[in-house]
Design a protein. Structure first.
Length: 360
């Protein structure tokens, strides 16, 4: 048989049948042999960084000086404690300029004294609940899809006024139906997601970095709420807090492959953005390379919209679009308001996103 008439092993009926099954499951087969570099990325929509940037939300200032972000409209539910912290209104001095006010670092980092972090956590708890003695439970985060359910026994271990961390558990999501305590996750670019059941009064909080997002932590978490508490998606509301935006989150091809292997809509989460700075634009000859076209770092890069990726998971889990709010604020664009691991090259504190059920 002439070579021109050989069947295409990558597009035969057997392979097409497999692709159809992948599509039904919401997945995409990782196709080897596809064109790389510029040829491959021409599929993505082009955007300017300024078009993708998000305005900084205006924080609420509590009487104790803490500046934090409530979810618009959620204040109408007096049973629901919630909030996203900023870096403003605390006592930490290790991540700010000498003449600047103290930061609200809420993580036990090496550079920050534990007693200062404990006091900062107390200030946030007081700002959100009105009572500085409200227990705050966190978890040792590992960029996973592991979830912890705080039942009556675990809630009983929470000591009022103790803001020391996490009962020794590892994971990236917490949920409970127990009143009188706050659940929290730490972020400094990753996406925090709060979920509440308006009918059954249950709550959850998720830490969604890119790894957790690929592992579907939010989608899995909503399913776990249905299993544990009988929650119905139509009764759930969700809020996506501050994290690194698509304007600043440049990623590599390996991350694109990871998302394509899991989500049929993966291509809709990526944009091509020209990251060239003013010096490159003014003096392009200084940055010429001998690499083949498409293999040079000069030119547009892939940017991932991590907040949108998690909004899509909430929709896939059955939440209505109007029940999902994006509080917004790019942590990398606004380092004066948020801690950002990327903007500070790793030398930074952490924010807390908290949710809880107020006692009757």
């Amino acid at each position: 048989m002439p070579s021109s008439s050989k069947p295409n092993s990558r597009s035969g009926p057997e392979v097409q049948a497999i692709d159809d099954l992948f599509q039904q499951a919401g997945l995409v087969r990782n196709l080897r042999g596809k064109a790389a570099g510029v040829t491959r990325r021409m599929r993505f929509e082009r955007a300017d960084k300024s078009d993708l940037s998000q305005p900084a939300p205006t924080p609420r200032v509590s009487p104790n000086g803490v500046q934090w972000l409530p979810v618009p409209g959620w204040q109408r539910m007096p049973w629901l404690w919630h909030g996203f912290s900023t870096r403003k209104g605390g006592l930490s001095r290790c991540y700010c300029a000498e003449d600047a006010p103290g930061d609200l670092n809420l993580s036990l980092t090496v550079a920050n004294a534990p007693e200062t972090v404990a006091r900062n956590r107390q200030l946030l708890v007081e700002a959100v609940t009105g009572d500085p003695a409200t227990p705050l439970l966190t978890i040792r985060q590992v960029h996973s899809s592991v979830l912890a359910v705080i039942g009556a026994e675990a809630a009983a271990c929470a000591v009022p006024g103790d803001r020391s961390s996490s009962l020794g558990w590892r994971g990236d999501g917490l949920m409970t139906d127990q009143p009188g305590l706050l659940l929290g996750i730490q972020t400094a670019d990753c996406i925090p997601v709060l979920v509440a059941d308006r009918k059954r009064r249950t709550v959850a909080v998720f830490h969604a970095g890119w790894r957790g997002t690929v592992k579907r932590i939010v989608e899995t978490g909503v399913g776990r709420m249905r299993f544990e508490f009988g929650s119905r998606p139509e009764d759930l509301i969700a809020a996506i807090g501050p994290g690194i935006g698509a304007c600043c989150y440049s990623v590599g091809e390996e991350m694109l492959s990871s998302f394509e292997s899991q989500f049929a809509y993966a291509a809709e989460l990526f944009r091509e953005v020209d990251d060239a700075d003013a010096v490159r634009t003014k003096y392009p000859m200084l940055f010429l390379t001998q690499r083949a076209p498409g293999h040079s770092p000069i030119g547009p890069s892939l940017h991932l919209d991590l907040a949108e990726a998690n909004r899509r998971q909430l929709l896939a889990a059955g939440l209505k679009p109007r029940s999902i709010q994006v509080v917004g604020g790019c942590t990398s664009c606004h380092p004066e308001l948020f801690f950002s691991h990327r903007a500070s090259q790793g030398h930074t504190g952490r924010m807390l996103s908290v949710i809880g059920i107020a006692p009757d």
